[in-house]
Design a protein around this ligand. Structure first.
Ligand code: PGA
Length: 236
């Protein structure tokens, strides 16, 4: 399974280094064979060799250039980073990234062979409009995206579940995941208020190939506990 930590705008460079070390030690000591991804803040990106894969939460669709406040592939290459998160709802709805900009970014990093964790998710208003409207909306977030890209991972994250402590019912997650899987064969993660107390159940659901964790991943011990759940489920 794929277990990913989105650290967002949290932890200093020193604390992130400590965090990655702790997770790396855990993976080695416990013979973990799950795919573990960590997305630190851009100022905490680091060259890391080991079982933990470090990814960028965002980067501009350019090698380098005049893009004040952004980082490009040149800054990722410095740390040998080949994994990126694209389309996260905070980038779509807080920062205001459009589908067009997201597609540009996707294509740029796809051309470079990056592993792309591509996020989609609906608002509460759209969910309440019913299944048909919701699935159409989710599919529309695939517009312009090569869903057959071999290094693609999709993360389904309902916006109303992110950072709220509210999680869809297991039935709803399974239903959305199975429908998304009919359309796109890439591994499919669930994200939105995943925590130690629910990760075991979520990871065991049909159609769930892993989780993308925000707030509850900030403590390395908690993140490792959730990685261990995935390992136990796979060992069964
Ligand atoms: P959360 O965030 O786990 O804090 O809800 C998930 C995400 O934004 O990827």
């Amino acid at each position: 399974m794929i277990i990913a930590a989105n650290l967002k705008t949290n932890l200093t460079r020193a604390k992130t280094a400590q965090y990655i070390n702790e997770v790396e030690n855990f993976l080695n000591k416990n013979a973990i064979s799950q795919e573990v991804l960590v997305f630190p803040a851009p100022s905490s990106l680091t060259l890391h060799v080991g079982k933990v894969t470090i990814g960028a939460q965002n980067a501009y669709a350019a090698q380098n250039g005049a893009f004040t406040g952004e980082i490009g592939n040149e800054q990722l290459e410095e740390f040998n980073i080949k994994t990126i998160l694209i389309g996260h709802s905070e980038r779509r709805h807080v920062i205001g990234e459009t589908q067009e900009e997201i597609v540009k970014k996707f294509n740029f990093y796809k051309e470079l062979g990056f592993k792309i964790v591509y996020c989609i998710g609906e608002s509460l208003q759209i969910r309440e409009a019913g299944d048909k409207v919701m699935m159409e909306y989710l599919y529309s977030q695939f517009d312009g995206i090569d869903i057959e890209y071999e290094n693609l991972i999709v993360a389904y994250e309902p916006i109303w579940a992110i950072g709220t402590g509210v999680v869809p019912t297991s039935e709803d997650i399974v239903s959305v995941h199975l429908k998304l899987k009919e359309k796109c064969k890439a591994p499919l993660l669930y994200g939105g208020s995943v925590k130690v107390s629910n990760a075991n159940v979520l990871l065991g659901l049909d159609g769930v190939d892993g989780v993308l964790i925000g707030g509850a991943a900030l403590i390395a011990d908690d993140f490792c506990a959730m990685v261990e759940f995935a390992q136990q489920i796979e060992n069964k």
